[in-house]
Design a protein around this ligand. Structure first.
Ligand code: DGL
Length: 265
C-alpha cells in the first residue's frame, strides 16, 4: 500500500503548484496527477457540477490505486471535500482553502487581499473561514475573472495578463493591503508578475508548501509514508487537449513532463 502513488487533481495546471511542493517535501513518494483540462475553469461552474466532477476523478484515482488524494484546487475543495470524505472514509483527502488565517495573522495594515474564484467565494466553507479568522481585519476579495484561462494558455507575463492583474491588485493596494492571499492554485504561476505589480513590501501567501507539510503529517500518522532510495514515478494525465500543459508543467516541476494518458471522466 505504501508504495502506491498519491493522487492529485485540479481543473487543469493549477494543482501542479501543489505537486511541486509535494515533490520538495516528499521526494520518494510517487504521484499520479490528473488535470481536468477538458472542463477548466471550475471557478464559474455550479458547486453541484464541481462535486460531480470531483467524485468521478476521485473514483478514477482510487481505482488506479492511489493511497491518498490531494484536492489541489480551492474551488473543488470548497464544493466537494466534505462529500468525498463521506464517500471514502478510509482514504485520506487533503484539501485546500484560501489562507485567510495566515493572511490575517501576517497583515500589519489590517487589510488583506484575497484572490480566488467565484466558486470559492460563494461557498459555505469560505464563509466559515471568514467568520472564524477575519473578524479583526478588512478582506478585499476578487474572483479574478479570466485569469485562470490566461494561465492555462501559458500567458504568464504578457500585457493582457499584466493589465488584468493590475486592475485586480490596484484597488487592493489603494485600500492599504499589505498581504495578498493566493486562494486558487493556478495563481502561483503568475506570482512573479504579482510581485512586480505590488512591489517588495507586500507579502504574497501561497499555501502549497503548507499543504505539502499537512500531507506529510497525515501520511505519517496513518503509516502510509513510502521512504526509499529508488526513484519515484510521476504520471501526468489530462482530460482535454494537450495545449500548453506539458510546457507549463515542465517549467513548474523542473523536469520534462510528458502527458502519459488522456481520459475523459
Ligand atoms: N485551480 C483552481 C482553484 O484552486 C480552480 C481554477 C478554475 O478552474 O477556475 O480554485
Amino acid at each position: 500500500m505504501n508504495r502506491q502513488p498519491i493522487g492529485i487533481f485540479d481543473s487543469g495546471i493549477g494543482g501542479l503548484t501543489v505537486a511541486r511542493a509535494i515533490v520538495d517535501h516528499l521526494p520518494s513518494e510517487s504521484l499520479l496527477y490528473f488535470g481536468d483540462t477538458a472542463r477548466v475553469p471550475y471557478g464559474t461552474q455550479s458547486a453541484a457540477t464541481i462535486r460531480q466532477y470531483s467524485e468521478a476523478i476521485s473514483r478514477y484515482l482510487i481505482g488506479q490505486g492511489c493511497k491518498a488524494i490531494v484536492v489541489a484546487c480551492n474551488t473543488a475543495s470548497a464544493a466537494a471535500l466534505t462529500h468525498l470524505r463521506e464517500l471514502w472514509p478510509t482514504i485520506p483527502f487533503i484539501g485546500m482553502e484560501p489562507a485567510v488565517k495566515p493572511g490575517a495573522k501576517a497583515t500589519r495594515t489590517g487589510v488583506v487581499g484575497v484572490l480566488a474564484t467565484e466558486g470559492t467565494f460563494s461557498s459555505s466553507r469560505y464563509a466559515q473561514l471568514m467568520r472564524r479568522y477575519a473578524n479583526t481585519v478588512t478582506v478585499i476579495e476578487d474572483p479574478c475573472l479570466g485569469l485562470v484561462q490566461r494561465i492555462e494558455k501559458g500567458d504568464l507575463q504578457g500585457p493582457a495578463t499584466k493589465a488584468l492583474l493590475e486592475s485586480i491588485l490596484s484597488p487592493m493596494l489603494a485600500k492599504g493591503a499589505d498581504t495578498i492571499v493566493l486562494g486558487c492554485t493556478h495563481y502561483p504561476f503568475v506570482a512573479p508578475l504579482i510581485r512586480q505589480i505590488v512591489g517588495p513590501g507586500v507579502r504574497i501567501i501561497n499555501p502549497a508548501p503548507a499543504v505539502a507539510r499537512q500531507l506529510k503529517h497525515v501520511l505519517a500518522q496513518q503509516d502510509l509514508r513510502h521512504v526509499s532510495t529508488l526513484p519515484p514515478s510521476y504520471q501526468f494525465q489530462i482530460s482535454g487537449p494537450n495545449g500548453q500543459f506539458e510546457d507549463l508543467a515542465s517549467r513548474m516541476m523542473g523536469f520534462p513532463v510528458r502527458v502519459s494518458f488522456h481520459i475523459e471522466l
